[in-house]
Design a protein around this ligand. Structure first.
Ligand code: ZN
Length: 237
């Protein structure tokens, strides 16, 4: 194989590697994974809002229950005094009885409020349970997609490693100065630094080479590096 045939081999392998890297960064599963991750974040934000509301309601409910218990305790204290014989004066008894009634009424009112808050929390709780289930589903899906992405990447990486090995062999057959000219052209010309001359046409730019220049190209020594007058790529004859 001539050195320029080896260069074409290098070009083919570089193009293959470029395609593999492109596939690696534009995996279809990656796009789905990104969408799934942002869908999960949306649900998580909604769950956070509901969790915080529920937390507030639970605190409110507990405050009513605590106050109801404290009022109940006060009523019980009065109840004891009413029946332990320590209060005998009729007016005093009446006053205590009135306090007791007021406290029991207040207790009942507080208990009602606690129940109202608890009932208000119920749909929120159901909503939160639904959102939490959605998060579990999203996490499972994200894990599955992540594994698919990893598998696809590992496969591409294996392929890339093979291509790199083959390129190392092929590039060995190309003079160093040709390799550096090729790499500079490839960097400038969208990844294609060397192209075959087929008939009078450059396979890099697909333009016909004018006949005068074509003669020069054809008569150049075999080991000379000739470039396409149209696109500047290294022509392999
Ligand atoms: Zn060309």
């Amino acid at each position: 194989m001539g050195s320029l045939d080896a260069l074409i081999e290098v070009q083919l392998l570089d193009t293959t590697a470029d395609q593999l890297r492109h596939q690696r960064s534009t995996l279809a599963q990656l796009e789905v994974l990104t969408a799934a991750t942002s869908a999960r974040a949306e649900v998580a934000a909604r769950a956070e809002v509901q969790r915080s509301r529920l937390h507030d309601l639970r605190r409110e409910q507990k405050a009513f229950e605590d106050e109801a218990a404290s009022v109940e305790q006060k009523a019980a204290d009065i109840d004891r005094k009413l029946y332990d014989g320590s209060v005998v004066a009729h007016k005093e008894l009446e006053a205590f009885q009135a306090d007791h009634r007021a406290l029991k009424a207040r207790q009942s009112e507080l208990e009602d409020r606690a129940i109202e808050v608890m009932e208000a929390a119920e749909p929120l709780e159901a909503d939160l349970a639904e959102l939490d289930q959605q998060l579990v589903d999203h996490d499972e899906r994200i894990a599955r997609l992540g594994a698919e992405v990893d598998t696809a990447r590992a496969e591409l990486d294996r392929h890339l490693a093979e291509v790199a090995e083959q390129r190392a062999v092929a590039v060995d057959g190309v003079p160093a100065e040709v390799v550096s000219a090729y790499e500079a052209t490839r960097g400038r010309m969208g990844g294609i630094g060397a192209a075959r001359l087929v008939g009078n046409r450059c396979e890099g730019c697909h333009l016909e080479i004018p006949s005068a220049q074509l003669e020069e190209v054809r008569h150049a020594p075999d080991d000379a590096v000739v470039t396409c007058p149209e696109c500047g790529r290294i022509l392999v004859r």
